[in-house]
Write a protein that binds this ligand. Structure first.
Ligand code: FA5
Length: 334
């Protein structure tokens, strides 16, 4: 009996001194666990004289209950205490500086496309939307490409379905616009601009990608000549590259213009080719019922990627399409 009493006192003292729920847990298993002190005591019952056994058993059970209550009480206290401590440690401090937000910026191609567009709008062109998934007919047929003509091979295409491809040039808008004229939905004169993605089945290298951007502009009116084309392109180039810039034409072939030229701008002592241009082929005008004796037009088209490559000295076009933030972050936020 004496041992039960001693054990009880010792256990109560340890419960009282436990500083954490973990320590309390340890005390609990030491005394109340399967192999704990009380269980060991209970096993001694057999060695006692029979008359003492019931009393001893009672005393041990009594002690167990007392300890269970004391532990439950202490656990409640310690849990509260620990919760308070955690709340204290994890307290939100609204006066700490926040995590800086990275300012959003526009992609350099978007910035360039916007500048190109606003320059041409300033020169009187109306911008329209075209289709990235285009009919073969508009991409080539309507543009005076004879069937199976090798000129089409110069723009190897992603054919998506019979008669459908990913447009290889924004010039593909011309047929659609001329149809609108034919249907009486538009009238001459016209000054149309279009900007957007083009796709070619192409070996990708530093200056060619399967996906790139073009801008096309064309004008149809009475008496439009190469002089208007050169004047417009020169003005456009000045807005984009500065007042000193000059424009050079060299003969080139595109089925939809006659005469056809490629045009270059003066750049750092040399000439840099930007795109193609020319007077809209009379066959196209006539095809859509526009009298080519009375009306004529010019058209030009160029790649957008080329412009920021020149302006920022980037020598690999692919960088613009990879979306690597380390590259994009080099451009000004506008
Ligand atoms: C054309 O696409 C003609 N539609 C341009 C045109 C319009 C001529 C109106 C006459 C009248 P070309 O295939 O040369 O032409 O492409 C024009 C420009 O697009 C090129 O100078 C180049 O800057 C850009 N370009 C063409 N292919 C790629 C490519 N794979 N990757 C990047 N840019 C390209």
């Amino acid at each position: 009996m004496e041992t039960v009493h001693q054990l009880l006192q010792q256990a109560q003292a340890e419960i009282e001194q436990a500083h954490s729920t973990a320590e309390l847990q340890a005390v609990e298993s030491r005394y109340l666990g399967k192999k704990g002190e009380l269980s060991l005591l209970l096993r001694q019952v057999g060695s006692l004289p029979p008359e003492e056994r019931p009393l001893f058993g009672q005393a041990v059970n009594q002690a167990r209950e007392t300890l269970e209550q004391a532990i439950a009480h202490k656990r409640e206290q310690l849990t509260q205490q620990e919760l308070q401590q955690r709340l204290e440690i994890e307290r939100l401090d609204p006066t700490l500086p926040g995590v800086p937000l990275r300012p959003a910026r526009l992609h350099p191609l978007t910035l360039t496309a916007r500048r190109v567009k606003s320059a041409l709008i300033g020169l009187g062109f109306e911008f329209v939307e075209g289709y990235e998934l285009e009919q073969f007919e508009y991409n080539f047929g309507a543009l005076n490409y004879p069937p199976d003509h090798p000129a089409m091979d110069a723009q190897n295409s992603f054919h998506v379905a019979d008669g459908w491809l990913l447009r290889t040039q924004t010039t593909s808008i011309q047929g659609r616009i001329f149809e609108q004229v034919q249907r009486g939905e538009r009238s001459l004169p016209l000054r149309i601009g279009i900007i957007g993605r083009c796709f070619r089945y192409e070996n990708v290298d530093a200056t060619h990608s399967h996906t790139f951007h073009q801008v096309d502009a064309f004008m149809v009116d009475e008496g439009v000549s190469m002089a208007h084309l050169k004047g417009t392109l020169t003005q456009f180039a000045r807005i984009m590259f500065g007042d000193e810039v000059r424009v050079r034409f060299r003969p080139d072939f595109f089925p939809f213009v006659e005469p056809g030229v490629d045009f270059a701008i003066s750049w750092k002592g040399g000439w840099l080719e930007l795109g193609g241009a020319g007077l809209i082929h009379p066959n196209i005008l006539e095809h859509y019922g526009i009298d080519s004796e009375r009306y004529s037009g010019f058209a030009f088209g160029l790649g957008i990627e080329r412009i920021p490559m020149l302006q920022y000295g980037v020598d690999d076009l692919r960088l613009f399409l990879e979306n690597d933030l380390r590259f994009l972050a080099l451009f000004p936020i506008l």
